[in-house]
Design a protein around this ligand. Structure first.
Ligand code: MG
Ligand code: MG
Ligand code: MG
Length: 307
């Protein structure tokens, strides 16, 4: 029976490439593993897979009767449906420990680094398996993506060191140029429905009994979304109503200026104002230096909600 390696819902580059890279490592060490993903590729991940010659993994959204390895998450809400009707056999991650539990002891490897790709680089070393050239390219891109080429405060020395080595293995001589190519692909918003943009990189959180959603668009320039701000705002209102959410945030992150124009739709914006010490006037508020949802957006908001 195959083991399915799967990243989180609304897959990002790390979730997709880590599923591929870890499935390769499992195969190299004698386990029949298959990389899958829970949704369509985003434009950045598509570019990355094309560049290194990989096709898109199959989509798998239900864990019933399956053995699964979770990468890049350990939250039930982020995992395939019916996880309790399947079996989680391993978890490889770089987020806070989520709410997945198991009946048996498992290999659970989570490190406070910027990317699952960095954890995987170390696991290849521990297992004494050489990283295939093209797989190294994928892992490199995952780290560039998750750390926004080391600009995100989630970045650690381990991420930088891993990138140096992965670039050598993958034959990438200009990491900066690769990053720009990825960021441009990531910034593509033309012709995409506003709601799809909100869900492109989106997570729901439970904050003291309140459902709070937070999407993020990382852009090389905020002018890219200037004409669709009203559409985004209206779509956020819909997302809020449909899901019975207390608050929906959309981070319009300017990768170059290193800050976020935070769009807010909320039953009570005072939580947001308290969290970031800002005043929400109209649809959004600029929060200087905000790059990371995981490290800068969610924790202060959870605190404001009294979590
Ligand atoms: Mg991720
Ligand atoms: Mg990640
Ligand atoms: Mg991200």
């Amino acid at each position: 029976m195959s083991v399915y390696v799967v990243g989180h819902k609304n897959p990002d580059t790390d979730s997709v490439t880590s599923a591929i890279a870890y499935a390769e490592l499992k195969k190299a060490t004698g386990t029949d593993a298959v990389a899958v993903m829970q949704g369509e590729l985003n434009p950045e991940t598509r570019m990355v897979l094309d560049k290194f010659g990989f096709s898109a993994p199959e989509i798998m959204t239900d864990a019933t009767g399956k053995q699964v390895i979770l990468v890049d998450h350990s939250d039930i809400a982020q995992a395939p449906d019916n996880l309790d009707k399947g079996e989680v056999v391993e978890i490889i991650d770089h987020h806070k420990i989520g709410d997945v539990t198991t009946n048996n002891p498992i290999f659970f490897c989570a490190k406070p680094v910027g990317c699952t790709g960095t954890v995987l680089k170390q696991l290849y070393e521990i297992n004494n398996v050489a990283i295939p050239e093209k797989v190294a390219g994928l892992m490199l891109c995952a780290i560039i993506s998750d750390t926004v080429l080391f600009k995100s405060p989630t970045t650690t020395d381990a991420d930088k060191a891993a990138c140096e080595e992965l670039a050598k293995i993958a034959g990438v001589s200009d990491m900066q140029a690769l990053a720009m190519e990825m960021f441009k692909a990531k910034s593509a918003v033309d012709g995409v429905p506003a709601k799809d943009l909100i869900f492109r990189d989106y997570k729901d959180f439970d904050m003291n009994g309140n459902k709070v959603g937070c999407g993020q668009l990382e852009l090389v320039d905020l002018s890219l979304v200037e004409n669709i701000r009203d559409d985004l705002y209206n779509a956020m209102k819909e997302v809020k109503e449909e899901g019975g959410r207390h608050t929906v945030l959309l981070m319009l992150t300017d990768i170059m200026k290193e800050g976020t124009d935070l769009m807010v739709v909320s039953d009570d914006p005072s939580y947001v104002e308290k969290a970031y010490n800002v005043k929400v006037d109209g649809q959004s508020v600029w929060v200087d230096g905000m790059m990371s949802r995981k490290k800068q957006t969610i924790p202060p908001l959870q605190e404001a909600f009294g979590c």
